[in-house]
Design a protein around this ligand. Sequence first.
Ligand SMILES: NC(=O)c1ccc[n+]([C@@H]2O[C@H](COP(=O)([O-])OP(=O)(O)OC[C@H]3O[C@@H](n4cnc5c(N)ncnc54)[C@H](O)[C@@H]3O)[C@@H](O)[C@H]2O)c1
Length: 255
Amino acid sequence: MERVKGRTALVTGAADGLGAAIAARLVAEGARIGIIDRSAEAIDKARQTPELRDAVFIAGDLTDGDDIARMMGAFAAKGMIFDILVNNAGGSLHTPKAFLEESDEDWERVMALNVTAAVRVSRHVLPGMIKTGFGRVINLGSKAGRYGSLFTGANYVAAKGAIQSMTLQMAQEFGPHGITCNAVCPGAILTPRVERLLSERMSPEERQKAVEAIPVRRNGRVEDVAAAVAFFAADEAGFITGQLMDVNGGQGMAS
Ligand SMILES: NC(=O)c1ccc[n+]([C@@H]2O[C@H](COP(=O)([O-])OP(=O)(O)OC[C@H]3O[C@@H](n4cnc5c(N)ncnc54)[C@H](O)[C@@H]3O)[C@@H](O)[C@H]2O)c1
């Protein structure tokens, strides 16, 4: 399928993890891709993957507003005007799970990457979408932000709740301009990093119980999330906006 043929997409935090799989899927569906990531090492590795060979990588820190402005200027200098924005960068940054152990700094770091970075990048991208009368914004929420978490803390849950609510308001505001805004909300997706976090924070018995609580009886894969993002990114999804799509094997459901 080439559902985003001719489109240009920006995926944040996409040299590794879910973002890299999302970027690769959008390339496979025909898009030209811009990627922001802070890790030079991850960028070097991502460049080796055949799907991301032609992606435009800009290295920088998404928690720094000035650096975001610089990176967006670098894309503009390469003539990249984005039709699709995937605000993917985020995470609990391995801050403590226990509420009383989370410091102010833990809260600030998690909010900066999950919420403020998405706000700032969106602010740069949306004017171009308004001008062309077309846009697809896809934010990464989480099962944690929808239903609470088994292994991350209140700061991450609150940050994902914020981005999910922001998604609804952006859908309201930018709908008249041909721009949809949706969120994909994954359950635990077994990247090497999450595998490490789960094994630190849960016993093998707890992990087994968690999988048994998932109706499809397996953890998520990066491809599961990439497929959901590609669905929202397509031209044909233009009547679907303000939606929070659970990608969690049925572990959390809402009617
Ligand atoms: N992995 C999961 O199980 C899971 C589940 C639900 C939601 N999510 C959400 O999906 C998104 C991606 O998660 P992931 O597990 O792939 O993330 P990850 O921690 O593996 O990070 C992916 C990339 O983001 C980059 N990055 C981190 N901080 C950055 C910064 N300040 N500036 C620029 N780049 C930065 C990293 O270098 C890395 O390449 C996040 O929003 C996360 O909250 C993940």
